[in-house]
Design a protein around this ligand. Sequence first.
Ligand code: BGC
Length: 401
Amino acid sequence: MAPPFLWGAATAGHQVEGNNIASDLWLLEQVPGTTFLAPSGDACDSLHRWREDIAIVRALGLNAYRFSVEWSRVEPTKGQFSPAWLDHYAGIVARLRAQDIAPVVTLSHFTSPRWFAAAGGWQQAEAPALFARFVARVARRMGRAVSHAITFNEPNLPLMNQWTATPIADAGRRSLDAMLAAAAAACGSDRFDVWVYSHGTALAHLLAGHRAARLAWKAEAPNTQLGMSLAVPDAQGDATGITAYRAVAEAPFLAAAREDDFIGVQTYGRLLFADDRTLAPPANAELTQAGDEFYPAALGHALSHVHATSGLPVLVTENGIAAANDEQRARYIPAALSGLDRARADGVPVIGYIHWSLLDNFEWRRGYSQQFGLVAVDRQTFRRTVKPSARVYAEQIRRRA
Ligand code: BGC
């Protein structure tokens, strides 16, 4: 019997847990000259409220939950692993299984331990082996109960950002470099490398890290489906621009994924290409809270493109919008899902759809200014309130059952 289609919602450790204090980003949020709008702080306090989060997933009728294991908790000091934190994450996996919810586990969602960044992050030759060692520990402790594992979340993001209409321009680059230098100084190091804010130079090590992590995981838990998640906007406009973009921001990753079980597809909209850059959204376009074009059709296009290029099954590991007005999200979901339906009808093997995000959470350098959640979170009490768009999503799933 074919496995059931996965309907899920996603979070990431640093964005929801709170107090991820041994991580590289926590330090970046605190240093003088930080470019973060706000520190992550308690985030959604999911560190303590994860059972409540799972209960919401269950109440919405979802059968998958994506979350990440924070490397900096499991290995807060180089070589010192924490059985207690491994137990914590294994507990989440076990509870999901007990409720018939497939655990989809991300192993690197933008954050790394502070010690790793202070030693040069993914620039280090040793990085792939260090990451694989952590991954092996996670797999040994809980791997056999994990349905899908994702090595990296959007390792192609810095490369994609080189094309976007609002590239990290010179001034932005200088402030990022100053923030990284301040973090290095705080650690008494001459470096502090965080790949998501770097210049894309860690690519070879990231790809080697993916392969090493796959081997490490599969040695412990061969039945988990494993892949990496890529940022895959729909690409339209000048064909030369699109080809150049894909050669840099997609091809190396798809090549490294050849032996994976699936590709994670994360789509938020479309990029409109001129020959060597992307253009701002059309003047009359409806925008999201993040200032991006509201373009739900991007998802179906991205799925067809990734499958046609890679030959692999695809799993939507993120799709959604930032919307202060939940009515916009409620319109977005059915529209995006009808594109997904079309891709499936065209024969694209889609494993599942995991919405970003379950909760309104810490949106990285934009602090708490963007609402991607199906569920609102009170910033003082952490009380969760299910939004109407979540009910729309649940209804869409029921209709397809
Ligand atoms: C990331 C998420 C982020 C979302 C919205 C994705 O690139 O994986 O962590 O919150 O986009 O910006």
